[in-house]
Design a protein around this ligand. Structure first.
Ligand SMILES: Nc1ncnc2c1ncn2[C@@H]1O[C@H](COP(=O)(O)OP(=O)(O)OP(=O)(O)O)[C@@H](O)[C@H]1O
Ligand SMILES: [Mg+2]
Length: 360
């Protein structure tokens, strides 16, 4: 089912939790709602679920305006962080519960519940109680229960945050598999950027109730609309350097060291003239320049750490600390002066006041 949020706003007494959100979610897609704590993710999800009624704006499920439709009539399934299973019921009875409420005959309910249990791979645990299951297994039960009425929209609010790191990884792959097998439109709330990046068709990144960007994960990473987006994605985070532009707007001049960098593309916002800027470079977009004639940033090595396949270089450019991910083949020691090149097309330039990315 296609979902549309048109100018959706949610106000509580003194807070605007969600501020004029405009989003279309295409049928069958998995979209992550991503952003820091308090940015309005759950509030958005609760409006979709019908638990909150928007203060303003229109919510469409397909062609149907659903602002005033009760949760039970929205054809949605929902999974929360804390599973919310019935402790006194077996796994099978937990999954059957929504069908029982809907007065589906017992035989049919049982068959459908078993089908869902097989989908989420817990059909060998049907007679257990929730307390006899691991966290991951409990979450599988919750997903099966949310899907048993064959909803048209699946809503997940931080479903993995109670799980340990390895189980999180396994369960996020499972959620993607189940979502694709069923083909259900799914909205997944998380504050974990890696989780959102890895399983989504699209990511909706929010801050203070406002949409910052809505794109495919890789596009958001490569073409962040603003500095907030660039900083929210990526680990280790993007390096930021205060900068100015030359009068002809061809050259970036780093404020601290006066190092210069030729602009490869014209600035997209002509209104931005000679103000204050910030250069953004992701750690993996540096490389060690050995050709002394070529341009690059002269930095002093502070520390080199081995992180799995690569080395993480901590260095100083003037007064500014930076991080670069570099090949472990090059031997560098603390105190060494080295030149870091920047991969073509990978520099970002943000306007300091608005934060807008001026190069894309
Ligand atoms: N029922 C409520 N009454 C008043 N304010 C609320 C209510 N629910 C949420 N808020 C406020 O709205 C804002 C958004 O809250 P929301 O729960 O949607 O954030 P979130 O992105 O889900 O955060 P988290 O990652 O911590 O779960 C916050 O400032 C919160 O304090
Ligand atoms: Mg929340």
């Amino acid at each position: 089912m296609k979902i549309q949020l048109k100018d959706i706003t949610m106000r509580f007494d003194h807070t605007t939790a969600v501020d004029h959100l405009n989003v279309t979610i295409e049928e069958g897609k998995l979209v992550s709602l991503l952003g820091p704590s308090g940015c309005g993710k759950s509030t958005t999800l609760y409006m979709l679920a019908g638990l909150y009624r928007p203060s303003e704006g229109e919510l469409y499920f397909g062609e149907r305006l659903v602002n005033k439709i009760e949760p039970e009539n929205r054809e949605i399934g929902m999974v929360f962080q804390n599973y919310a299973l019935y402790p006194h019921l077996t796994v099978l009875k937990n999954i059957m519960f929504p069908l029982k409420m809907a007065k589906v005959p017992k035989k049919e309910a049982e068959a459908r519940a078993k089908e869902m249990a097989a989908l989420v791979q817990i059909d060998h645990l049907l007679d257990r109680k929730p307390s006899q299951l691991s966290g991951g297994q409990q979450q599988r039960v919750a997903i099966a229960r949310a899907l048993v009425k064959k909803p048209k929209l699946l809503l997940l609010d931080e479903p993995l945050s109670n799980l340990d790191a390895r189980l999180r990884l396994e369960m996020r792959e499972e959620i993607r598999r189940i979502q694709q097998e069923v083909g259900i439109t799914t909205i997944f709330v998380t504050h974990d950027q890696e989780e959102a990046m890895s399983i989504s068709d699209h990511v909706l990144l929010m801050k203070d109730g406002r949409m910052q960007q809505y794109s495919a994960p890789q596009d958001m990473y490569d073409y962040p609309k603003n500095k907030f987006v660039a900083q929210f994605l990526g680990n280790p985070p993007i390096n930021i350097f205060p900068a100015k532009l030359s009068d002809d707007l061809q050259t970036i001049v780093l404020q601290d060291t006066r190092e210069t960098l030729q602009l490869e593309a014209p600035i997209s916002d002509p209104a931005a003239m000679n103000g204050d800027y910030e250069l953004g470079i992701r750690p993996e977009d540096f490389y060690i320049e050995t050709d002394s004639v070529k341009a690059g940033l002269k930095v002093e090595t502070i520390r080199v750490e081995r992180i799995g396949r690569d080395n993480l270089l901590n260095a100083k450019l003037g007064q500014i600390n930076l991080r670069a991910i570099i090949s472990p083949d090059v031997k560098i020691n603390k105190g060494d002066m080295i030149t870091l090149g920047i991969r073509p097309g990978r520099a970002r330039l943000f306007d300091s006041s608005s934060g807008h990315n001026l190069l894309h």
